[in-house]
Structure formats: structure tokens, C-alpha cells
Design a protein around this ligand. Structure first.
Ligand code: B1M
Length: 216
């Protein structure tokens, strides 16, 4: 019932209610993953379906997204670890032209949950900004998120620009986002692809601990 209420409140864009309900769910002993998958993501999937069918429009989706992010903020402390020695450093962003940040935020939280230090460059991030950040912060892993078929191509351009800047051998690159596939990741020269935030964290750990070079 509480998970259904989280989903419904998210669909109505009631950020305050989502925040309270997520906290109630945690207090009631529900697992963060259950709250995430059967409450927050379930609600966002309903909105996504309605958006596709023109039953709701950008403003409704935007308030639902804000409510989702509000819920994620409550889950953050339980999904992330503090006081644990980091196993590596990652830079994460949503690529140029793309404003979707919920999936990216989730991947970031899951990486932090595996004791990976994350620098979040935000959304709509271009190659120059990424290259400057790689030079300044020397991350082990770069995570590029894209949610639109029109912005997937920016992942390819960013990887090519990193190569041109002679930094490609300095950093592993993982790509993801709803339209991105393993085949696309391989085609554009990424090291890794993950379909969701949990497997992104698993793959990142394997790469950062030297178990694998990548997975594509
Ligand atoms: Co937009 N949007 N949107 N939208 N939106 C989609 C993506 C869309 C599929 C909706 C639809 O038509 N069914 C469609 C894209 C179609 C396409 O290209 N194939 C779409 C469109 C068309 C648009 C606009 C163009 C609409 C318009 O203006 N006419 C516009 C574009 C704006 C822009 O970016 N330039 C737009 C705008 C928006 C809002 C601003 C209103 C809002 C975003 C708010 C925000 O993010 N703060 C929004 C939203 C919320 C959505 C939907 C409904 C939900 C996305 C989401 O957050 N899902 C989405 C429909 C849908 O997905 N059902 C849609 C929940 C999230 C947890 O999942 O982001 O997929 P997701 O992340 C997953 C995985 O993909 C993966 O892990 C995450 C968790 O497991 N993952 C990675 C993500 N990044 C990863 C990186 C990794 C690894 C895994 O490694 C680095």
C-alpha cells in the first residue's frame, strides 16, 4: 500500500508527500531497493507511458521528475556509503543536449554505494567541459548518460574528442541510458555499457578493482 502511495504521489508530482512516504517506508523496514523499484521507478514508468501516449505533457512530467528526485534524496544516505575508503574516482554527467538527470542521479548514488567517489558535472555537458574535468581530476571512470535517440550520438562525439585530446588511455568510459545498447557502446568505442544503475555499479567495481577491462 505504501509503495502504491509513493507511486501515485509521484505521478501527481507531490514532492512533499513522496519525501514523507519514502521516509515512512524506510521506517517501516522496507528495503531501499524495493522502495526504488516498486515505488519511485514504478510511478515514473506510469508517467512515461502516459507521456508517450500524449495523456500527460512536459509540465506534468517535470513535476513528477522533481518528486522522484525528492524521493531519491531521502534514499541517498541509505544507498551510499560514508567513511569507507574509496575504491576509485568517477566523473558522471548527462551528455550535451540532454536534460534528463534522474537515471544519472541514480547511477551516481549506486556508484557511491560501492565506495566510488563521484564528481557530477550535471546535465547538457559538452566535450570541452568533460576534457577539462578529466585533466583536472584524473578520474578512473567516466560515466555518460543519454536518454534521447538524438543525444546518444553525443556519447560517440565525446569519446572521439577524448581520443583527439590524447586522454583515451587515461580513463575507462561507461555509457548508458534508455536508448543505449551494448552494440552501440561497442560501436562508439566505449569500454562498458550497463542497462541500469545497479549493474552500472557492479561493472564499475569490476573495472576499478582490475577484474575486467570493460564489458563490451
Ligand atoms: Co523526456 N523523453 N523529454 N523528459 N522523458 C523520454 C526519455 C521519452 C522516452 C518519453 C517518451 O516519448 N516516451 C522521450 C525520448 C524519445 C527518444 O528519444 N527515443 C522523451 C522526450 C521526447 C523528451 C523531450 C524531447 C520532450 C519535449 O520537449 N517534447 C524533452 C527533451 C529535453 C532534453 O533533454 N533536451 C524531454 C523532457 C523531459 C522532462 C524535462 C520533462 C523530464 C526530465 C526531468 C529530469 O530528468 N529532471 C522528462 C522525463 C522525466 C522523461 C521520462 C518520462 C522518464 C525518464 C526517467 O527519468 N526515467 C522518459 C520516458 C521513460 O523513460 N519512460 C522520457 C526514470 C529513470 C530512473 O530511468 O533515465 O532510463 P532512466 O535511467 C535508467 C537507465 O536508463 C540506466 O539506469 C537508470 C536506472 O536504472 N541509465 C544508465 C541511465 N543513465 C545511465 C548511465 C550508465 C548506465 C546506466 O552508465 C554511464
Amino acid at each position: 500500500m505504501i509503495l502504491e502511495n509513493i507511486s501515485l504521489s509521484l505521478q501527481k508530482g507531490k514532492a512533499k508527500d513522496v519525501r514523507t512516504l519514502v521516509q515512512d517506508a524506510l521506517d517501516a523496514g522496507l528495503s531501499p531497493r524495493e522502495i526504488l523499484n516498486s515505488g519511485l521507478i514504478q510511478g515514473m514508468n506510469v508517467i512515461g507511458g502516459k507521456f508517450k501516449n500524449n495523456e500527460v505533457f512536459v509540465p506534468e512530467v517535470l513535476v513528477a521528475a522533481r518528486a522522484m528526485n525528492a524521493g531519491l534524496e531521502i534514499l541517498r544516505p541509505v544507498l551510499t556509503q560514508s567513511g569507507v575508503k574509496p575504491i576509485g574516482k568517477a566523473i558522471i554527467c548527462t551528455v550535451k543536449g540532454d536534460l534528463h538527470d534522474i537515471g544519472k542521479n541514480l547511477v551516481k548514488m549506486m556508484l557511491e554505494g560501492q565506495a566510488i567517489d563521484c564528481l557530477d558535472l550535471g546535465v547538457d555537458v559538452d566535450s570541452d567541459t568533460i576534457i577539462a574535468a578529466i585533466k583536472e581530476h584524473e578520474p578512473d571512470l567516466l560515466c555518460l548518460s543519454a536518454l534521447l535517440t538524438t543525444t546518444m550520438i553525443a556519447q560517440k562525439e565525446i569519446i572521439a574528442d577524448i581520443e583527439r585530446a590524447r586522454l583515451r588511455d587515461k580513463v575507462k568510459i561507461m555509457v548508458g541510458g534508455a536508448p543505449v545498447t551494448e552494440a552501440f557502446a561497442r560501436e562508439i568505442g566505449a569500454d562498458a555499457y550497463s542497462p541500469d544503475a545497479a549493474s552500472a555499479a557492479e561493472t564499475a567495481v569490476k573495472i576499478l578493482t582490475g577484474q575486467v577491462e570493460g564489458n563490451v
